[in-house]
Design a protein around this ligand. Structure first.
Ligand SMILES: CC(C)(COP(=O)(O)OP(=O)(O)OC[C@H]1O[C@@H](n2cnc3c(N)ncnc32)[C@H](O)[C@@H]1OP(=O)(O)O)[C@@H](O)C(=O)NCCC(=O)NCCS
Length: 323
């Protein structure tokens, strides 16, 4: 059977680092409050010359180099983002252009913080369906542009960045020993749409809008939704937490990450945590974490890796893959 195997990974961050101390100059907050409630110590913020597509293209180039490939080898680009350069065309098409590609096809996926899990699942379906052989899957965001920098309950949490994987069609045996995506589980429930949203858009206000969130409400649902899809992925493959080498969660909040891991009986040593470095970069957070942990040698070829995320919508999902 055809499997979608990770052939390369890459990441890109804006030049400017903004520490919690820097944010103390912007809103009434403190390093202590932010670290204690979220685990975040710093985040990266895009400058005027940096956009979602410039960061996404830089991450894509890094992933291609890591894979030993060029844009000519890619037939599909999927970009997960909620902060596109423009309402249209898709940011994936802008990235395609930045890579000098005029062949293949490109489109965006929008599932907020679950975007990368949705994008990997979509890429896997295209690969297994025979519609694409090599896919650049990118998560790229500039959430700093949609933050209300007067709202301390939200602006301290988010950051900018991008990460990418190259997924490649490869023949597998159909067992969990195969490398590649083994199972994917996606969910959404729009009855929660007003708990985490942007208060603008082309068809409503005609403006971009700002991020609004009921933080406590999001927190309340997060652990249950995450464990639901991770357990579904274990059950679908007959694997357990003991088989797992790495949990690579969406990086929203250290307390949510550790609470989910505990409920799933996954020791914290097996969890990749980068929220301290990047803040919540929405769809970019999982590929940034993957690039960090694969780059420093923690995630190795053949490791069993669980990706999971929950975010606006609500949307949530998990992908189990063998690296
Ligand atoms: C946002 C979050 C960190 C807030 O933590 P919390 O413990 O729920 O804090 P509360 O909202 O209850 O606020 C507690 C107090 O801190 C204050 N506070 C809020 N933001 C603050 C900040 N940045 N600095 C200092 N104080 C702050 C509140 O005003 C409140 O003060 P009060 O008690 O005087 O009214 C937490 O709810 C959370 O992580 N939610 C999930 C958010 C998330 O991850 N979203 C993305 C999902 S993809």
């Amino acid at each position: 059977m055809i499997r979608s195997v990770v052939r390369g990974f890459g990441a890109a961050l804006p030049k400017r680092v903004m520490t919690n101390r820097d944010i103390e100059d912007v809103v009434d907050t403190s390093d202590e409050w932010i670290v204690q409630r979220t685990g975040i110590r710093q985040r990266y913020v895009a400058g005027d010359d940096e956009t979602t597509s410039s960061l996404g293209a830089a991450a894509a180039r890094a992933a291609l180099e890591n894979a030993g490939l060029t844009p000519a080898d890619i037939d599909l680009i999927i970009c997960a983002t909620s902060t596109p350069d423009n309402t249209f065309p898709a940011t994936a098409v802008s990235i395609q252009n930045r890579l000098g590609m005029t062949h293949g096809f490109a489109f965006d996926v929008q599932a907020v913080c679950t975007g990368f899990v949705y994008a990997v699942t979509t890429a896997d379906a295209y690969i297994r369906g025979g519609l694409a052989k090599r896919v650049l899957v990118i998560g790229a965001e500039t959430f700093s542009r949609i933050l209300d920098w007067n709202d301390r309950t939200t602006c301290v949490l988010f950051g900018d960045g991008a990460g990418a994987l190259v997924l490649e069609a490869s023949e597998g045996e159909g067992t969990t020993a195969d490398r590649g995506v083994l199972t994917a589980h996606l969910r959404s429930d729009g009855s929660h749409k007003d708990k985490l949203y942007v208060d603008g858009g082309p068809s409503t206000t005609g403006t971009v809008g700002k991020l609004r969130m009921e933080g406590r409400e999001v927190f309340k649902y997060a652990v249950g939704m995450i464990t639901d899809v991770v357990v579904a992925a274990f059950e679908a493959t007959g694997t357990t937490a003991d088989d797992l080498d790495w949990l690579v969660p969406h990086q929203a909040n250290r307390r949510i990450i550790e609470g989910s891991a505990k409920k799933l009986n996954i020791p914290v040593e097996k969890v990749v945590i980068t929220v301290d470095l990047h803040g919540n970069t929405s769809a970019a957070s999982i590929p940034l974490a993957l690039a960090t942990a694969a780059g420093d040698g923690r995630i190795k070829k053949g490791d069993l890796v669980m990706l999971e995320a929950m975010g606006g919508g609500f949307t949530w999902g998990a992908v189990l893959l063998r690296w």
